[in-house]
Design a binder for this molecule. Structure first.
Ligand SMILES: *Cc1c(COP(=O)(O)O)cnc(C)c1O
Length: 433
């Protein structure tokens, strides 16, 4: 019997490339048929066969308060009644930016856009425009959206720049992007000693969620900060995933606790700040942000930027996550999930380790936590795929690729976490060695 998901996937594949509008949704890494989602509420979504899943991707991060939260729904419905988009400024844009600046004091000014890709791309243009330099440093395993200059892998050495990772990206467009190993202090120092007066910015995911979950070491963040300051480059924190997700003050607040006074120069945000609507942002110090049009020479614009329905959704979400105890609760739940998974994996003699911060987690089928992308990719992919499908059959939806992070929302209950761990205990025992 063909399942309705399969019927829809076949229908979609006729008219949408790969049947999906973003590649990871196609389950290519894990095999099988993706679930077509019918509706969602709290910590769950239901596919078109009305099978319920405990949702650990939360739209890849945004749904931190859970799906269809009544306060968010009310704000969105009210905003929708007032019109969808005006192409003229609104009060809610000011309120959202004020809220962002309050919880992220490294940003004195913010520009709103519609996607993380757009925010990261604009941040790089701004860094180049503000410094008058062209070269940028990024790290292997960090994703900053799909702008041309960022779809790049390392060249053959530190003196040579990157090669495109996508067809359609001309080599000339990535020739100013230098790709280094994450958490590698000596490579970073060497790169600065070679190219110091040409580097516009260093862009980093401080807690990298696009290679599952890898923290930059505090020493590495400190070194990024020092070298950027010394050589007049800007430090850009891409917090599209970690922003308002690992802590209310984002990953930069986690590092500021370890490195007093620490601040990035530019922050890129997305996902949580839109609460599930297309909304993203980038911000920094006034002197840098004032380089943007219409004040300065760096052009950037958007028809739907600061959209009134999206800002209503983002504001309602930020309002909920700003309440006392929100992140303590979320952090406890996420840590309990990872501890529980570690315990049942060890009982089944499966090599497994994990890490979590706030409402974001990662796990690896490895004996110890990886520090960089090559180590992440040593995770046992055959085991991961069996684990993923075992959990999916049991009604637990994990990210369908071993290099993706997972997300817990405030709507996940202790009972949901316990149920997940119980299923995992059974699935771990079935993994073929
Ligand atoms: C998701 C993500 C992006 C891209 O955001 P989109 O809204 O998908 O364009 C950029 N950077 C990071 C760190 C992300 O996780």
């Amino acid at each position: 019997m063909t399942d309705l998901n399969e019927t829809l996937f076949n229908r979609a594949k006729q008219i949408i490339p790969g049947g999906v509008n973003s590649p990871v949704r196609a389950f290519k890494a894990v095999g099988g048929t993706p679930k077509f989602i019918d509706h969602a509420k709290g910590a769950y979504f239901w596919d078109v066969t009305q099978k319920r899943f405990i949702d650990y991707i939360g739209s890849w991060g945004p749904m931190i308060v859970g799906h269809s939260h009544p306060e968010v729904l009310e704000a969105v419905q009210k905003a929708a009644l007032e019109g969808f988009s005006y192409g003229a400024p609104t009060l809610r844009e000011i309120e959202l930016v004020e809220a962002l600046i309050k919880i992220t004091p490294s940003m004195e000014m913010v520009r709103l856009v519609s996607s993380g890709t757009e925010a990261a791309m604009s941040a790089i243009r701004l860094a180049r425009g503000a410094t008058g330099r062209t070269k940028l440093i990024k790290f292997e395993g960090c994703y900053h959206g799909h702008a041309d200059a960022l779809l790049v892998k390392a060249g053959s050495g530190l003196a040579t720049f990157g090669n495109p990772t996508s067809a359609g990206v001309p080599a000339e467009v990535v020739k100013d992007t230098l790709v280094l190993e994450y958490n590698n202090l000596s490579q970073l120092e060497e790169a600065f000693s070679l190219h110091h007066d040409q580097i516009a910015c260093v862009m980093i995911e401080p807690i990298a969620g696009n290679m599952n979950f890898v923290r930059a070491t505090p020493e590495f963040i400190q070194k990024c900060r020092e070298l950027c300051t010394r050589h007049g480059a800007l430090l850009v924190f891409d917090e599209v995933m970690s922003g308002c997700r690992v802590a209310l003050g984002s990953a930069q607040s986690v590092y500021a606790k370890l490195l007093p006074g620490f601040e990035p120069d530019i922050t890129v945000m997305g996902k949580v700040i839109g609460g599930g609507m297309p909304l993203a942002a980038f911000g920094g110090k006034k002197a840098v942000m004032e380089q943007l049009a219409p004040m300065g020479p760096v052009y950037q614009a958007g028809t739907l930027s600061g959209n009134p329905v999206a800002t209503a959704c983002g504001l309602a979400t930020l309002n909920i996550i700003s309440r006392p105890g929100f992140f303590d609760n979320l952090n406890q739940k996420t840590k309990r999930l990872i501890k529980g998974l570690e315990q049942v994996a060890s009982q089944a003699s499966v090599e497994f380790c994990g890490d979590a911060e706030g409402g974001m987690f990662g796990f690896f089928l490895l004996p110890e936590l990886p520090q960089n992308y090559p180590q992440v990719m040593k995770s046992n992919s055959a085991h991961f795929n069996q684990f993923f499908h075992g959990m999916l059959d049991a009604g637990v939806y994990l990210a369908p690729a071993l290099y993706e992070a997972g997300f817990v929302s405030a709507a996940h209950t202790d009972a949901d976490i316990d149920e997940t761990i119980e299923h995992a205990a059974k699935v771990f025992k079935t993994l073929k060695h």
